[in-house]
Ligand binder design. Structure first.
Ligand SMILES: Cc1cc2nc3c(=O)[nH]c(=O)nc-3n(C[C@H](O)[C@H](O)[C@H](O)COP(=O)(O)OP(=O)(O)OC[C@H]3O[C@@H](n4cnc5c(N)ncnc54)[C@H](O)[C@@H]3O)c2cc1C
Length: 423
C-alpha cells in the first residue's frame, strides 16, 4: 500500500512593519530579509524615502563592530571606496584664546592589525547603499509615514499614509525607528526620561590644503568639543574633514546668521592652521542636543529602535553605532524566534531584545553625558584634574586599548552581526 502524498507544511509567514527608514530602520530590514527571506515579510515606511539620500551632508564615525555588521550584510563593499579609516586620535584641552593647544591624549586607531577602530562614512552614501540593498533583498519600501496602529490580538493594524491614500497593513511586530521625537513611542504609551543640553552641534565639511594623515582630533573647548574628522580626499583644496562643533545654544543662531567669510573665520579659529588654508565646502547646519532613554524598549507587539529608544550627546560619535547595535540585536531576537516557530512579536523575542540593549544604551548615555559635563567646563580646578587624568590614561597602553575596543563596539558578548557573523 502506498502512503498518500501529504503536502509539506509551509512555514508561517510573519509580517514586520518598520516605521522609519533612517539608517537603523533600513539596517534592521536588510538583516531580517537576508537571514530569513520569504517567511518574514518586511515593510519599511517613511515619507523621507521620497528624498534623495545625497541631500544628507552629515558624516558618521562608523565603529569597527558596525563596519563588520555592514560587511556581513553586503553593504560595506558598496561604500568602502568612500570610507576613510581613522588611524590616529588626538585629544587636546584648551581655551579658544590659548596660544598653543597641548596634546593630552593620543590613541592609535587600529583595534587589530589592518582594522581601523572606526571609518568616516558620508550619511547620504550609506543611506543610499542600505536602501538599494533592502530593495535587492526583497523588503518593501513605502514612501509614507505610519499614522497610527491598533491591536487586533494576534497582530496589529498599522495605518500607513493619510486621507484617501491611507492603507492598513497587518503586522505581527511594529518597529518604531522614527527618530528622537518618536510619535509611535508615545502612541505605544512608553515613557521617556531625558533632558536638553544648553548646546547645539554645528556640522560642516571643511576643505583644507594638507593631508589629515587619517587622524581625528578632538579639541575640548569650554563651550564643548570641537571634533575634526578625516574624510576621503577631494573638494576644492584636495583634502577634506568633517567638523562637529559643539557650541552654547545662545551663540549658535548668531554663528549661523554670519556671512560666509565670517563663518569661515570662526571655524578657522577653532580648526587651526595645521592643515593649511581652509574653505567651507558646505554651509553650517545646527542640531539641538539632548540625552534621553525610553523607560522600556518594547511594548505590546512594538519595539523601539535607534534614536526612538535612546538619544545621546555626539561627543563620542556613538549614537548611530548604538542604533546599528539595536538593529543587530533585534534582528537576532526575531530570527531566533522565527526559526523556533515562535511569534516574532511575542514576549520572548521582545524580552530578549530589551535584555540585550537597554543597559548598554543607558551605560553609553551616562558615559557621554559625564564626558560632556567634565569637559564643557572652564573651572580651573576641574581642568587641572581632567588634564591630569588624560595624562595618566595616555601613559597606560592597556587602558587605552580597553577604551578603544569599547568605542569600536567589539565586546565579545555583543550581537552576532557585530562580530561579522551571519545570523
Ligand atoms: C551632530 C551630530 C553628529 C553625529 N555624529 C555621529 C557619529 O559620528 N557616529 C554615530 O554613531 N552617531 C552620530 N550621531 C548620531 C546619529 O546621527 C543618530 O543616532 C542616528 O542618525 C539615528 O538614526 P535613526 O535611524 O535611529 O533615526 P533617524 O535618522 O532620525 O531616522 C528616523 C526616520 O524616521 C522617519 N519618521 C519619523 N516619523 C515617522 C513615522 N511616523 N512613520 C514613518 N517614518 C517616520 C523620519 O523621516 C526619519 O527618516 C550624530 C548626531 C548628531 C546630532
Amino acid at each position: 500500500m502506498t502512503t498518500p502524498h501529504r503536502p509539506r507544511a509551509e512555514p508561517p509567514s510573519w509580517r514586520i512593519a518598520i516605521a522609519g527608514g533612517g539608517l537603523a530602520g533600513l539596517a534592521l530590514a536588510l538583516a531580517l530579509r537576508r537571514a530569513v527571506g520569504a517567511p518574514v515579510v518586511v515593510t519599511v515606511c517613511d515619507p523621507a524615502l521620497h528624498r534623495d539620500p545625497a541631500q544628507d551632508k552629515r558624516a558618521y564615525a562608523v565603529a569597527a563592530g558596525a563596519r563588520k555588521m555592514l560587511q556581513a550584510l553586503g553593504v560595506w563593499d558598496r561604500i568602502a571606496n568612500g570610507a576613510q579609516p581613522i588611524l590616529d586620535m588626538v585629544i587636546t584641552d584648551s581655551r579658544l584664546t590659548d596660544p598653543v593647544r597641548p596634546v593630552f591624549l593620543t590613541f592609535s586607531g587600529e583595534v587589530e592589525p589592518g582594522e581601523a577602530f572606526a571609518h568616516m562614512v558620508e550619511g547620504g552614501a550609506l543611506s543610499a547603499a542600505l536602501a538599494a540593498a533592502c530593495r535587492d533583498a526583497g523588503a518593501d519600501l513605502i514612501p509614507a509615514g505610519v499614522a497610527g496602529f491598533s491591536s487586533r490580538g494576534s497582530h496589529l493594524a498599522v495605518e500607513i499614509g493619510q486621507g484617501e491614500h491611507q492603507q492598513v497593513l497587518e503586522a505581527h511586530l511594529l518597529v518604531a525607528a522614527d527618530g528622537a521625537r518618536s510619535r509611535l513611542r508615545e502612541m505605544a504609551g512608553i515613557g521617556w526620561v531625558g533632558w536638553s543640553y544648553p548646546q547645539q552641534a554645528i556640522v560642516a565639511t571643511v576643505a583644507h590644503e594638507r593631508d589629515h594623515g587619517a587622524c581625528a582630533v578632538e579639541h575640548f573647548l569650554p563651550s564643548g568639543p570641537f571634533a575634526i574628522l578625516p574624510l576621503r580626499p577631494g573638494g576644492p583644496l584636495g583634502h577634506r574633514s568633517s567638523i562637529v562643533w559643539t557650541e552654547a545654544s545662545a551663540s549658535a543662531p548668531h554663528l549661523l546668521a554670519l556671512d560666509p567669510e565670517s563663518q569661515r573665520l570662526e571655524v578657522e579659529r577653532r580648526f587651526g592652521l595645521q592643515l593649511g588654508a581652509i574653505v567651507l565646502e558646505t554651509g553650517l547646519q545646527a542640531y539641538p542636543l539632548s540625552f534621553g532613554i525610553a523607560r522600556r524598549f518594547v511594548g505590546e507587539r512594538v519595539a523601539l529602535l535607534g534614536d526612538a529608544a535612546h538619544v545621546i550627546h555626539p561627543i563620542a560619535g556613538q549614537g548611530l553605532n548604538l542604533g546599528l547595535k539595536d538593529s543587530a540585536a533585534l534582528a537576532e531576537a526575531i530570527v531566533d524566534a522565527v526559526r523556533l516557530g515562535l511569534d516574532p512579536g511575542g514576549g520572548e523575542a521582545l524580552d530578549a531584545y530589551e535584555r540585550a540593549r537597554r543597559f548598554d544604551s543607558f551605560a553609553m548615555g551616562v558615559v557621554t553625558d559625564g564626558l560632556n559635563r567634565l569637559f564643557a567646563n572652564d573651572l580651573l580646578p576641574l581642568r587641572l584634574v581632567r588634564d591630569l587624568g588624560l595624562g595618566i590614561v595616555d601613559r597606560m597602553p592597556m587602558l587605552k586599548r580597553f577604551f578603544i575596543r569599547e568605542a569600536a563596539g567589539l565586546a565579545a558578548s555583543g550581537p552576532r552581526l557585530l562580530r561579522g557573523e551571519a545570523l
